[in-house]
Design a binder for this molecule. Structure first.
Ligand code: ATR
Length: 274
């Protein structure tokens, strides 16, 4: 039996166990994939124990542990190194633990599946936390021309933009001065999904062209961002369900060297389709 898990806190509602079970069926793999809730203080100890005792061969890491996992692993893929966060761990044959991050390329694969052009496009990225950090390099690698970052706490947007300028054109914008937007895609990387207030971008913004709205979060209910984006007359709006499935496929590929069919998963979870 192949022993895998998703590790987070909370983790009970994760869709990853279902997604990976469906992938495993496609290849007749005998996969056990479970949610494991760990406590913040004992994360390193417990995870090390699970790997050392062969209770785990690999895992996904979700909130709030992605940065801890980045510090925990023995080796990193280039994309995890650049994102400074890890969402996938694989135990190598030598016993060392490899950390990868499939979130960002999960997003770009989903955008490609949806026929959303990235080459030479401008992106407005809202938020400067872990979710935003993970997608900047993959978007630039797909030929995005410019990424403009805005954030409630402005200095974080400035710092994030500065960190990624070696990889392409990344700037930060001040929320107060933002009036006209010339972006082709607006991505929500904030965690404020259903806040008391409205979405942090004003509904008086002027867009110079049609844009696509994409929320990195996924929910059955419309998020504040999707409501705002609809109000701004975005031509299409998507939540992050496609990204979730595609990042899972890339993790599966890292573990088993097999590329699962993700379309079958979309049919299974029709309720999350946006
Ligand atoms: P994650 O790993 O999910 O990205 P995070 O690192 O805590 O979580 O980042 C959360 C992001 O959502 C940040 O950009 C945060 O803005 P601040 O840097 O100003 O904290 C943003 N965010 C969270 N709650 C928000 C709210 N109510 N309004 C606006 N932005 C919010």
């Amino acid at each position: 039996e192949l022993k895998y898990a998703v590790i987070g806190n909370p983790v009970e509602h994760s869709l990853s166990p279902t997604i990976h079970s469906l992938f495993a069926k496609q290849f007749n793999l005998n996969l056990s994939y479970k949610p494991i809730k760990l406590q913040i203080d004992s994360f390193n100890q417990e995870l090390l124990y699970l790997f050392k005792t062969n209770r785990l061969h690999g895992c996904n890491i979700t909130a709030p542990f992605k940065v801890k996992a980045f510090e925990f692993v023995d080796e990193l893929t280039e994309r995890a190194q650049i994102a400074k966060s890890v969402n996938t761990i694989k135990k190598l044959n030598c016993g060392r633990l490899l950390g990868d991050n499939t979130d960002g390329f999960g997003l770009t694969n989903d955008l490609i599946n949806k026929h959303i052009e990235l080459t030479n496009k401008n992106i407005l990225l809202v938020g400067s936390g872990g979710a935003s950090r993970g997608i900047i390099f993959p978007l630039l690698m797909q030929g995005v021309k410019k990424i403009s970052i805005v954030n409630r706490t402005e200095h974080k947007a400035r710092e994030l933009a500065k960190e990624f300028t070696p990889y392409g054109e990344v700037e930060s914008l001040s929320l107060n001065n933002l009036q006209v937007v010339n972006s082709d895609i607006v991505i929500n990387g904030t965690s404020a999904t259903f806040s008391q207030d409205n979405f942090i971008l004003s509904s008086s913004l002027k867009f110079t062209k049609n844009f696509t709205g994409y929320d990195l979060n996924y929910n059955e209910k419309k998020s504040d961002f999707i409501c705002w984006s609809e109000q701004m007359k975005a031509c299409e709006n998507y939540n992050g369900f496609g990204m979730l499935v595609e990042q899972a496929a890339l993790s599966f590929q890292l573990w088993f060297n097999q590329t699962p069919n993700t379309k079958a998963i979309f049919d299974h979870f029709r309720i999350f389709k946006s």
